[in-house]
Design a protein around this ligand. Structure first.
Ligand code: PEP
Ligand code: MG
Length: 560
């Protein structure tokens, strides 16, 4: 048995066989082949036929629209004009891999130049070429694998689009070698309740088909588990499933202090499930997730439709919508068109919106229209606000459009440090602990090699949160938390102790956080927060909070 360490997302545990996500193959070299042209032709014929049959088989299994798409790809693979192009290259002594690469690329360029429907098929052709080359090389085809049974997906990292499209009947858990706890892969994994451990550098050595246990609560992947390990993991998975069915009550501390538990959502589609899991409203609606694949700005009508669907799911409840947070790992082509060396420090969030103010104005128009048509209590906030001036700008603009409650996200240390002045202008603040940690610790939230720094338990981050909590209390303004930190049951108690008045998280985390809050009074929360603040680093802060969170008797027993 070996244990590989990473950063767990959520508290789940799962077990199953590994299937790796293949990396895109490197381009073949155009060195001359050691084989004859006939031998290379035979290799291509076999590879193309195998890929075409595989695509047809997948299409038949998938059915519906996917069947048509995959059958069209199979036909492309065996297109006679492509075969002729490949043959020309083979006759000049090239390898099968290069001939396929080059012939398919020339066809792809031709299709792209035609534009329209045919132009859109260019990417499909690339996919076919990648599959044929992978077959020739004897390596798995790129993309999410389909071994034909449920599996644990191992990948370097996933694009948000890949994560969003994962088939949850098949993917039991996710392990990535890259990525920190607040990468958008992690966020989507949490949203979809996928058991995940990210930033597991040792995972690159996991063998296809081997059984592993993925323990998100411990941030551990266990290889070669014993039968006893597997049985224990199964018991834990069963126990969590039954805890999730405990009665749903509004979020509150043991002394009755209300701490509303809200949902982080990226699409109105998640609303029904959030309500079912006990969300008392929405604390963060990431509007940019709706438009990640759009090349042009969404229209007011498109937006109004999405926002109305969201608001309609929460009649009478608070719904906090964030205006587009474009940039860094969530570029929107219509807002971020310039190349930036350090996009996390670039024209993102409110800066990008200000640079394209029409888009911001249209979004506020759509939000105000959706608000007028529904009965939810709409709050709107701006991302990545770094200055008091940006706060004034956004709040004034939002009010011009009739938005009644306008606030800002505190994700940049500068706005946490000046929270007393920021909250003099904003109706509320919502702390994005993911970016606040990234910028406080100078650690890219996407980079596995610095994932250990991306820890919101760090006392430097906690101090900044306390600044905002104190400013909220001084001005009588709500201070929510909507970063992933709110989903950590013990850290949630600390955040309340630092002055947070509501917590927003992936709906699947609500049950665990609710249970944790109910175990502590306001006084306990403040004491536990003080213990964490007094530590020198994240690990000691977590340990100190654990000790302080035990009942005095249990803490005394543990200390002796
Ligand atoms: C955050 O930074 O904590 C946050 C909630 O915003 P996002 O994760 O979408 O950047
Ligand atoms: Mg953020």
């Amino acid at each position: 048995m070996t244990e590989l360490r990473g950063v767990g997302i959520g508290l789940g545990v799962a077990q199953g066989p590994v299937a790796r996500m293949a990396e895109p193959s490197p381009a073949p070299s155009d060195a001359p082949s050691a084989l004859s042209a006939d031998e290379e032709t035979a290799r291509v014929t076999e590879a193309v036929a195998a890929v075409a049959r595989e695509l047809e088989k997948r299409g038949a299994l998938a059915g519906g629209a996917a069947k048509d798409v995959l059958e069209a790809q199979a036909m492309m693979a065996e297109d006679p004009s492509l075969e002729a192009e490949v043959a020309t290259r083979l006759s000049s002594g090239k390898t099968a891999e290069w001939a396929v690469f080059d012939a398919f690329a020339s066809f792809r360029d031709m299709l792209s130049a035609m534009g329209g429907y045919l132009g859109e098929r260019a990417a499909d052709l690339d996919d076919v070429a990648q599959r044929v080359i992978a077959h020739l090389r004897g390596v798995p085809a790129p993309g999410v694998p389909d071994p034909g049974h449920p599996f644990i997906l191992v990948a370097k990292d996933l694009a948000p689009a890949d994560t969003a499209l994962l088939d949850l009947d098949k993917v039991l858990a996710l392990i990535t070698t890259e990525g920190g706890p607040t990468s958008h892969t992690a966020i989507l994994a949490r949203e979809k309740s996928i058991v995940a451990v990210v930033g597991v550098q040792g995972a690159k050595d996991l063998v296809e088909g081997e059984t592993v246990i993925v323990d998100a609560a411990g941030g551990v992947v266990t290889t070669e588990p014993s039968d006893a390990d597997l049985a224990r993991a199964q018991n834990r998975a069963d126990a969590r499933a039954s805890a999730a069915s405990a009665p749903i009550t509004p979020g509150a501390l043991a002394d009755g202090t209300a701490v509303p538990l809200l949902a982080n959502l990226g699409s109105p589609k998640g609303a029904a499930e959030a309500v079912e899991l006990g969300a008392e409203g929405v604390g963060l609606f990431r509007t940019e997730f709706l438009f990640l694949s759009s090349s042009s700005a969404p229209t007011v009508e498109q937006q109004r439709e999405s926002y109305s669907a969201l608001l309609a799911a929460f009649p009478g409840k608070k719904v906090v919508v964030r205006v587009l947070d474009a940039g860094a790992d969530k570029p929107l082509p219509f807002l971020n068109d310039a190349h930036e060396e350090n996009p996390a420090l670039g024209l993102r969030g409110i800066r990008a919106l200000r640079a394209s103010e029409d888009i911001l104005r249209e979004q506020l128009t759509a939000l105000a229209q959706a608000d007028a048509a529904t009965s939810a209590d709409l709050w709107v906030m701006a991302p990545m606000v770094a200055t008091v001036e940006e706060t004034e700008y956004f709040v004034a603009l939002a009010k011009d459009y009739g938005i009644k409650t306008a606030g800002v996200m505190v994700e940049v240390p500068s706005s946490a440090l000046l929270a007393d002045r920021v909250l003099a202008h904003a109706d509320f603040a919502s702390i994005g602990t993911n970016d606040l940690t990234q910028y406080t610790m100078a650690a890219d939230r996407l980079l596995g090699s610095v994932a250990a720094f991306q820890d919101p338990w760090h006392p430097a981050v906690l101090r900044l949160i306390r600044e905002v909590g104190d400013a909220g209390a001084m001005h009588g303004r709500p201070v929510g938390i909507c970063g992933e930190a709110a989903a950590d049951p013990l850290l949630a108690v600390v955040l309340v102790g630092l002055g947070a008045t509501s917590l927003s998280m992936a709906p699947t985390a609500i049950a665990d956080v609710r249970a944790s809050l109910l175990e502590h009074t306001t006084q306990d929360a403040r004491r536990i927060a003080e213990a964490a603040l007094g530590a020198n680093d994240a690990t000691s802060a977590r340990d100190a909070a654990r000790v302080a969170s035990r009942t005095p008797e249990a803490a005394h027993a543990a200390a002796n």
